[in-house]
Write a protein that binds this ligand. Structure first.
Ligand code: ADP
Ligand code: MG
Length: 245
């Protein structure tokens, strides 16, 4: 579904990603784990078109189409804009949620559907409420007055309104109480089971590995390990560095 090849990204003169490659297959949950500053958010922002790679050999292929770069089967050099990428079926839930605080839950959800053709109907809302019943109870509430966990649910619900085939989640557990973290991770599994492929960025490596099929470990802009999530969870180095053992 998604393939990154040799992705290199700079902020000014500082290189944040040193040519990373990774793949997410249809139906998978793939975790991208790594310490603070490793380049996880940079990776997601580049996939969704908010940042552009700094080398011309970087390639981002989504559903067999180049959203960045060029190669076999594509005649021109592609560098798609974020809204175009959302239209193709890729939604991004950014780090720190970024809901619209002065808008109601309903209005926030409506914003998530604006990239879609046609007006969102009750079925679109019902699909979100199925995963997040709490949002239904708070439909008229201003988003800024929701708890952190509810704002995370709203950010994810907003992304689902666009009917993504691939959902990018940036640290959904950040700042949440342990019980809520568990709840959010269960919902991520449910969303995946209902047919959405997921690329999950997390500092909470323990839970991320538990719900993922495969994982990549990012260290200062480089992929240093990859494999089946259950194998990485057993790996000595991973246990020491990321699982606090
Ligand atoms: N807007 C920015 N300007 C300059 N440097 C940045 C910016 N955002 C991130 N960086 C740097 O890029 C590196 C990777 O950051 P980031 O992708 O946010 O890491 P992570 O999400 O894994 O914590 C870090 O060294 C960070 O300081
Ligand atoms: Mg980050």
């Amino acid at each position: 579904m998604l393939k990154l090849e040799n992705l290199e990204v700079c902020y000014g003169s500082i290189k944040a990603l040193h040519g990373i490659s990774l793949e997410v297959k249809t139906g998978e949950i793939v975790a991208l784990i790594g310490a603070n500053g490793a380049g996880k958010s940079t990776t997601l922002r580049t996939i969704s078109g908010l940042l552009k790679p700094s080398n011309k050999d970087s390639k981002i292929v989504f559903k067999e189409k180049y959203i960045y770069g060029t190669g076999e089967g594509s005649r021109k050099y592609e560098s798609m804009l974020p809204h175009k990428i959302v239209e193709m079926g890729l939604s991004h839930v950014p780090e720190g949620r970024r809901v619209f605080p002065e808008m109601s839950v309903y209005e926030n959800l409506l914003m998530g559907a604006h990239s879609r053709k046609g007006k969102p109907g009750q079925a679109d809302f019902d699909r979100v409420f199925h995963h997040f019943p709490r949002l239904k109870e708070r439909i008229k509430q201003m988003a800024g007055t929701l708890s952190g966990g509810e704002q995370q649910m709203l950010a994810m619900g907003r992304a689902l309104m666009a009917h993504p085939d691939l959902l990018l989640l940036d640290e959904p557990s950040m700042g949440l109480a342990p019980m809520l973290v568990e709840e959010i991770f269960h919902i991520i599994e449910d969303i995946n089971a209902a047919g959405t492929t997921i690329l999950l960025v997390e500092q909470n490596a323990h839970l991320a590995l538990e719900i993922s099929n495969r994982a990549y470990v990012l260290e200062t802009g480089e992929i240093v390990l990859e494999g089946r999530a259950q194998d990485l969870a057993q790996n000595e180095d991973i246990r020491k560095a990321y699982l606090g053992e």
